[in-house]
Design a protein around this ligand. Sequence first.
Ligand code: PEP
Ligand code: MN
Length: 363
Amino acid sequence: MKLDLNITPVLQWFPDYHKPLLIAGPCSAESEGQMLDTAKQIAAQLPNSIFRAGIWKPRTRPNTFEGIGSIGLKWMQQVKQQTGLRTATEVATASHVEECLNHGIDILWIGARTTVNPFSVQEIAEVLRGVDIPVFVKNPIYPDLQLWAGALERINNAGITKLAAIHRGFHSFDNGPFRNSPNWQLAVDLKAACPQLPFICDPSHIAGTPELIPFIAQKALDMDMEGLMIETHCNPAVALSDAKQQVTPVQLFEILNNLHIRSALVNNTEIQSKLDELRCIINKLDKDLLELLAKRMTVSEKIGEYKRDNSITILQVSHWKTLVESCVANGKQIGLSPEFVKELYHLIHDESIRIQTEIMNKN
Ligand code: PEP
Ligand code: MN
């Protein structure tokens, strides 16, 4: 995928930036007391961080807490005045943007439910034309890389160069232990398409529970992401939204203290040469793997011809099920995780079906 964005490096927006850029604060602004209590605790330990709070909340069902609304912007101003923290909130419409700009909000983000809608993103982009403010774009709810890239392009085309992507996980059929599947590969693909684009991971919305946040946060740093957004509330138990996933400021500090910050740059020649050696082995194995896959597809082609000539359907579900089961069992014996083998065989099987469909259509 090609993605040409004009990005200003984070150090130019925030001269005090050092990895990870941290965005912490409650899912929702609920009261002035809740905001100031949370913000003061965060600022005492992490004065360079960014304070987040949702003012307008996109909720799945009506008649739940849909955000405190504009009054919360005044509380954001209080947070900024009393703690010196920069402030960030989610915008979904042009009027949200205007209100935020009028109240001196420092950073805006576009939520996952808005990124899916190019009309809304364009509306936000238009009102941002000529404004100099950092904008973060969360990934869309479902795993569509083009929508994520498209939203970033729309905002960038409006002249916003202080731009970052937020990886908050994707809704999928099976989210495993997480609230939203991380699908790390999608974030890697976007980063590969635009290496200068800063990435922020939102472990709270991926994990959905505090216990899994450290694992996701560490993984994000090891994927060389620049920042973390972690929902933090002075009393998560009584939170009006996302109560189950928010952490206290004390828990937040503990999570951060236990993170290992590793470097993407290898300065040590000994480490570099060992890495090169191992990568050489991987390259050779990758070549062998591709050759084997190509051979397998040639056999699929033959099977396709045979099925066509004998009027047999491409898919025979019971055969496919037995095949996956035996591959999972074989994989397990040699130390491969069942999830990995299943996913791998879904891909291989899809390609095999595609090849066989082509052959069927030839006649
Ligand atoms: C949020 O950050 O509180 C939020 C609504 O997130 P998302 O858009 O990722 O669901
Ligand atoms: Mn939330």
